[in-house]
Design a protein. Structure first.
Length: 228
């Protein structure tokens, strides 16, 4: 993971995307991708400090508003908003992180905001990109889209600003997994803790425009990372 984010820093000047339109007829869900009802826990924790493993668990708990799911037919789309300390915890994967390492990495991550987007099959196995293929050519087309074309179909709406997807990485799992994960990075807007909407126009599986709303209150409520 560390290599990927370092590559992000190198690629930031040469990659970008933009696309308008942000409507959808599908219902909005929060928390677990299969949940139909909002279930956000806004118990104040912004002043609390969590150890690395507990911090990761808190961020990934959908009831805290930073992990959102949408279901379309046989597809589950999950968006994980990633605060900077969360990325550090994911990279280190340790129960304790030295303060010097955390501060150094925070400086490197500053200037961008990060989201992971995961697409998976609700039912059935096999490789996601081979789902209901009509021909080998269609498989090649999907690989090309998810590797290179998808980036231009993603944006982050923040207040009155539409932020392009500056950095994009397709974490492809070959042959066995019915899912794919995409690492996304956007520039910082005027207010880093404002409401945000991730918008994805899915041309890969033709599921239209998919939106994930992140409430600014939940972003402000992220706890602090406890370091050594």
């Amino acid at each position: 993971m560390r290599i990927i984010y370092l590559l992000f820093a190198i690629l930031i000047c040469i990659t970008g995307c933009s696309r308008g339109n942000a409507n959808t007829n599908s219902s909005f869900t929060t928390g677990d991708a299969n949940s139909d009802e909002p279930n956000i826990d806004r118990t104040p924790v912004a002043d609390e400090k969590f150890a690395p493993l507990s911090f990761v668990k808190w961020v990934e708990d959908g009831t805290h508003g930073l992990r959102k799911g949408r279901t379309f037919d046989n597809f589950i789309y999950t968006a994980q908003y990633k605060p900077w300390p969360y990325i550090i915890c994911e990279e280190q994967r340790k129960e304790e992180i030295p303060d010097s390492i955390a501060k150094k990495r925070l400086k490197e991550l500053n200037g961008m905001q990060y989201v992971d987007l995961k697409i998976e099959l609700k039912e059935g196995g096999g490789e996601l990109l081979k789902y209901k293929l009509q021909s080998p050519k269609e498989y090649e087309s999907r690989i090309n889209y998810f590797s290179f074309g998808m980036q231009k179909d993603i944006q982050l709406i923040e207040g009155g600003d539409t932020l392009p997807c500056l950095l994009f990485h397709f974490e492809r799992v070959y042959n066995v997994a019915p899912y794919a994960t995409f690492l996304l990075a956007f520039p910082l807007g005027k207010d880093t803790k404002a409401d945000k909407t991730l918008v994805f126009f899915d041309h890969g599986f033709n599921n239209g425009i998919i939106k994930f709303f992140f409430d600014g209150r939940d972003i402000k409520n992220v706890p602090q990372l406890e370091t050594l």
